[in-house]
Design a protein around this ligand. Sequence first.
Ligand SMILES: Cc1cc2nc3c(=O)[nH]c(=O)nc-3n(C[C@H](O)[C@H](O)[C@H](O)COP(=O)(O)OP(=O)(O)OC[C@H]3O[C@@H](n4cnc5c(N)ncnc54)[C@H](O)[C@@H]3O)c2cc1C
Length: 566
Amino acid sequence: MERHEVIVVGGGLAGLRAAIEAKIRGRDVAVLSNIYPIRSHSVAAQGGINAALGNVDPTDSIEKHALDTIKGADYLADQDAVEGFCRDAPANVLELDRWGCPFSRLPDGRIAQRSFGGAAFPRTCFAADKTGHAIMHTVFQQALRHGVILHSDRVALSLSTDEARVRGVVAMNLLTGELEAWVAKAVVMATGGMGRMYSMTTNSHHCTGYGMAMAYWAGAPLEDMEFVQFHPTTLYGTNILITEGARGEGGILLNADGERFMERYAPERMELAPRDIVARAIMTEVLEGRGFERQYVHLDISHLGDEVLMERLPQIWDLALSFAGVDARTEPIPVQPGQHYAMGGIETDQNGRTRLSGLYAAGECACVSVHGANRLGGNSLLECVVFGARAGAAAAEDSVKIEFGRRDAIEAAVRDVEGKIDSLYKNGGDRRPINPYRIMDEMQLTLWNHLGIFRDEKGLRKGMVKLRSLRQEHREKSGVPEASRTYNLSLVDALMLDGMLDLTLAMTEGALRRTESRGSHFRTDYPGRDDKNWLRHTLAYYTVEGPRFDYKPVAVTKWPTKEREY
Ligand SMILES: Cc1cc2nc3c(=O)[nH]c(=O)nc-3n(C[C@H](O)[C@H](O)[C@H](O)COP(=O)(O)OP(=O)(O)OC[C@H]3O[C@@H](n4cnc5c(N)ncnc54)[C@H](O)[C@@H]3O)c2cc1C
């Protein structure tokens, strides 16, 4: 049993930033992560991070960043939170710069900024098209410099609670297969997104959403889980992301008739409308028969010239060539929408505190909410640093007043997880166990088909019936053969699936109840936004039978809701 005042679960950008902040404030901090931190999904971020620095257009401002974010969110974001978020952005980006992040530069040496979807100004700071890589390495070095303790190869499986407070984490040591008890005064969840719940996603295999499920099971509500972002441009065939930066640099979208079809959907902003609008436009083109092979459209960046391509989008050129055999200098890139981001997550206040004492959350697994119904590109890396730092500060501050919990509480949590593992092994010993990977495939397809870019009551109900039956089948019959305990990933994936299946119910039922279209949640049977009934956040609480729902109002400060026009 190990003890730390603050334990951060997840070594991505939000987790490392939280850990640094808690450490700077004098706490003993450890990060638990299933992979080595710099392999976290944040390294894959491509296009950039937003801050109203005004380096390219000096008329940009914090207010304008806030308005773009709120409008992009289809007015579901909490405006007080957005204002603070945008106000903190310049200082946070300049801090990364001071820490040595190699941002791309303007000729006069200031940080370069590019245009991104839904932004009225070139506001996105970038390091070519490898921004996540540059920022992660910078922040990782700071974590080492400050003496943050890192424990990789630990997959967190459960939170231990006692006296209505989170007291620690149960994790599996992947090297030995042993369960370990980690006792803490404060636990910060920073486990990232849940893209692997979908069949077509830009997310890595570690984006399972399991951290959200851990918090949900422990009693923290999940907020706005029905809002799932589909990125318009993922490489056809693999769904590797083709950054919005490609359109920000001047890339255009064409259908099979050679038409620049965005003229019909967003005549002013065209390819740089928010993602929900561009993704729906591409799907409409494909569904109405104007796509290529009924699957994809073209993204053309060949006219940008070799110099711009190699300086600003070298990775995109490389990815298109390596994974689709397309030389983007001379040919268009085949693209289709894919799952990309979770706007919903563990409900937190503006300082990363959840409703459960001792539990904090930051990054993609959390919902503050600054993204509302649709996140703007470049605002997620920003969220990780702004709210990562705030959550780390809150955890550090609160943990001063707290004693460590009782040993028997965490021992009971370990026994519960052992029970789940025993049951998977027991079923695995049967002659014909149910294969959890089959259930995972069916879950991913069900979500894609019924909780995708377009939704309706019939499909959502069908999806819910299927997901409930998959959940039951998994709990009762899934089995894993008792193989080596070292890095038994079949066992880990079967455990992750358990969390994913509970999340699917919160997402699907939340979507069924929301009888309107807003941002990424588009109901073909309710195509209009309904502020009268639905200008509110969904909260899902875990119960054994399925989610229990509640709602809370959206904070509207100075931007009255309006119809979005782009
Ligand atoms: C391809 C791609 C490109 C993107 N580009 C941009 C961009 O240009 N700009 C932008 O703003 N946003 C971008 N995004 C979104 C942004 O990158 C992510 O939302 C953000 O990096 C998430 O950071 P995080 O720290 O919350 O999660 P992650 O970086 O995913 O880190 C999560 C950490 O938790 C660990 N973990 C997960 N579960 C467990 C568990 N049970 N036990 C232990 N550890 C666990 C993971 O291994 C990892 O260490 C992009 C996303 C994708 C998919």
